[in-house]
Design a protein around this ligand. Structure first.
Ligand code: ZN
Length: 244
């Protein structure tokens, strides 16, 4: 069964059926919430059918409307253990370095940041709750308990608190661990911003070892896992264009 895609500004969110409703992969920017509600209605899904929110990582365009979502629906969040502190700061983590994947992206992102009010690299702080689930290693049980045949992998490289879902059928919900966005500008299936390329490619290998077939990224359209093999190692950590 194909996942339901909820398109938001610059990113896609996915709904995976679970035993009592849906698990949603990520939220969007804080400002995306009204659009999200509209897109959800357009897909014929009621907000109270969303039972779980799988947070691939803490960034502004993935964690932006967690407050609104948990205010309006009874949702359990699944996140990386390290997301706990990062979400409280309300800022994309800058303590582990990182940069844009090449000079062209650096130039384009500089312009975008100047004119797009959403590009602040910050978001409303969020405190994970007692009922939320934190993972810190590969987890083969959590998703199965809620009726999803798949496992959770830790996938650092884009940022330290990154996790992804690999279903037994080969569908991968990779968040920003890989992307098919701005490929013409040489992103080589990476997200525009990366922290550590050695970690990132180890994460790609983990997904391939878990028999990944189709990658559903946070940014861009679904693509074949073959692309990860073909582009492995193409971007080097030392070539990232640092901006903090
Ligand atoms: Zn991100």
């Amino acid at each position: 069964m194909k996942p339901i895609i909820i398109p938001l500004s610059m990113s896609s969110k996915y709904l995976i059926p679970c035993s009592d409703g849906y698990l949603q992969v990520d939220t969007g920017y804080e400002l995306d919430y009204p659009v999200y509600r509209k897109q959800l209605a357009k897909a014929g899904i009621k907000l109270n059918e969303i039972k779980y929110l799988f947070l691939t990582h803490h960034h502004d365009d993935h964690a932006g409307f967690l407050n609104e979502l948990t205010r309006d629906a009874d949702i359990t969040i699944i996140a990386h253990e390290q997301a706990n502190e990062l979400l409280k700061t309300g800022k994309n983590d800058k303590s582990h370095g990182g940069g844009y994947v090449n000079g062209v992206i650096n130039f384009v992102a500089g312009i975008k940041m100047r004119f797009d009010p959403r590009w602040t690299l910050s978001f409303p702080p969020f405190n994970l709750r007692e009922k939320d689930s934190l993972v810190s290693a590969v987890d083969d049980q959590l998703l199965r308990k809620i009726g999803i045949e798949g496992r959770i992998l830790t996938t650092p490289g884009h940022c330290v608190d990154h996790i992804a879902i690999v279903l037994d059928n080969g569908d991968v919900f990779c968040g920003d661990a890989a992307a098919s966005f701005l490929l013409a500008l040489g992103t080589r299936y990476c997200t525009v911003f990366m922290t550590n390329m050695e970690d990132a490619y180890r994460s790609w290998q983990k997904m391939l070892d878990a028999r990944a077939k189709v990658i559903y990224p946070g940014h861009g359209k679904a693509f074949s896992a073959e692309k990860l093999k073909e582009n492995m190692g193409k971007v080097k950590t030392e070539n990232l264009v640092r901006f903090f």
